[in-house]
Design a binder for this molecule. Structure first.
Ligand SMILES: Cc1ncc(COP(=O)(O)O)c(C=O)c1O
Length: 431
């Protein structure tokens, strides 16, 4: 693990722990992008996009891949039903038909944070299963499948999320996925993975894409989270499925022209930025270890990957903690009322984590009484005072987007907010 910059770069002014989506491409990634050979991908002749799609598909033991602008789009394309009915689309629908039902965790990204796209794009209704930090089990799925009867929607699709964002970065074991996969195959259900952070699962859980991929009918992966790309997601699956997905991408306006510049970043990331996710996890655990001893933390979720979530103890005000950190150059996000989140990533190195640890301790020493109403903003240590270079060779985000305000949040789920209820979204907590 190193806290040194990967490529050199300007000294950061802020440490942005709101999400792993805030990274900016480092010099080597930019170099790869600038050197990309490109073509018109809507015509299918961008060699770098084709290479990325093939590379990722091979990695996951799938036949084909489709490069899209976002993880939301790859998830929604996979779910996309029936508006594209068989008669309208040679080869049939993708996974569902309008009126069908999909099963997912009650705090799944596809349900909470994709703008109602399940209904909007596909006319499908989700059946939400209470989750263990975003994970659902084969037994729950088996119990939730509707019987064949015209009163009930047809249960068609199961969607898993690995790692689970709102579950605090929890991941599935390969055994659990195998059980779910066999059940789905036995019962004729399709199985989709929202793998926005699946590489974080791989480096922790002891299985890889080649073992896991074939257990699913389709997999969405994101390049713009922990892998550090500015843009991009891939949908992976059987050739026929991807051919149909290609049509839906067009309908959704996701066809991009000389997208090879972006695909080159993706290839670079898949080749260079996967193993280093372990460093993000180690840094997240360091933050967790510090938080576990602090008086303003009433519950710390297990730190399984790069996401640290804690509940703020009674007598302390979450909003004030967020503001006091911000005043000292550290951005974190609000998951739910009284529930805060820190996410480690490529633009946060060891030195920055040291600085944040110091600041988290200092908040406790300063106490709620003195600083709780934001009255001491500007006093005390600043996290960006020290050596704060990150691995990516950049400062963290420029702070132009403010962290969520607690008043914006209507999720009043008690406890950690990691399980159950789904809860309403805090602005910015979706990423
Ligand atoms: C678990 C999960 N799935 C999907 C997405 C959607 O990705 P995008 O922001 O690229 O649409 C996100 C992003 O925030 C996510 O956290």
């Amino acid at each position: 693990m190193t806290g040194a910059p990967e490529n050199g770069g300007p000294k950061p002014t802020l440490i942005d722990l709101r999400s792993d989506t805030v990274t900016k491409p480092g010099l080597k990634m930019l170099q790869a992008m600038m050197n990309a050979e490109v073509g018109d991908d809507v015509w299918g002749d961008d060699p770098t996009v084709n290479e990325l799609q093939d590379f990722a598909a091979r990695m996951f033991g799938m036949e084909a891949g489709l490069f899209c602008p976002s993880g939301t789009m790859t998830n929604q394309i996979a779910i996309k039903a029936s508006a594209v009915v068989e008669g309208h689309m040679r080869g049939g629908a993708v996974h569902t038909q309008p009126g069908d039902e999909l099963l997912c965790a009650d705090n799944a990204h596809i349900y909470l944070y994709e703008g109602g796209g399940i209904a909007f794009n596909s006319g499908v209704q989700p059946k939400l299963l209470p989750s263990d930090r975003g994970r659902i089990s084969a037994a729950q799925i088996a119990a939730a499948i509707n019987m064949e009867d015209s009163h009930f929607p047809v249960t068609r699709l199961v969607c898993l999320e690995n790692t689970a964002n709102k579950g605090g970065g929890a991941y599935y074991s390969l055994q659990d996925i195998r059980e779910i996969s066999s059940l789905c195959r036995e019962r004729g259900l399709k199985l989709h993975l929202d793998g926005a952070r699946v590489f974080n699962a791989f480096v922790e859980a002891g299985y890889g894409p080649a073992e896991m991929g074939p257990l699913f009918d389709s997999v969405s992966i994101c390049l713009s989270k922990g892998l550090g790309c500015p843009v991009g997601s891939l949908l992976l699956g059987p050739r026929d499925f991807i051919r149909r997905a290609h049509r839906i991408r067009k309908v959704l306006g996701g066809g991009m022209r000389q997208a090879g510049f972006l695909a080159a970043a993706g290839l670079y990331a898949l080749q260079h930025n996967v193993e280093r996710l372990r460093d993000d996890h180690a840094r997240a655990r360091r933050l967790g270890a510090v938080l576990s001893d602090l008086p303003y933390v009433s519950h710390l979720a297990p730190v399984d990957s790069n996401i640290v979530i804690f509940s703020v103890a009674p007598g302390w005000e979450a909003k004030s903690l967020v503001e006091r950190l911000k005043a000292r150059g550290v951005l974190i996000s609000t998951m739910a009322p009284g529930v805060l989140r820190l996410v480690t990533h490529l633009d946060v190195g060891d030195a920055q984590v040291d600085a944040v640890c110091g600041l988290l301790r200092w908040l406790a020493e300063e106490g709620q009484g003195q600083g709780g109403q934001g009255g001491t903003a500007g006093k005390g240590p600043g996290a960006a005072d020290g050596p704060t270079t990150a691995e990516n060779g950049h400062g963290a985000a420029d702070g132009s987007t403010l962290p969520a305000k607690e008043e914006d949040v209507v999720d009043v789920e008690p406890g950690s907010g990691l399980n159950g209820g789904g809860g309403a979204a805090a602005v910015g907590d979706s990423e």
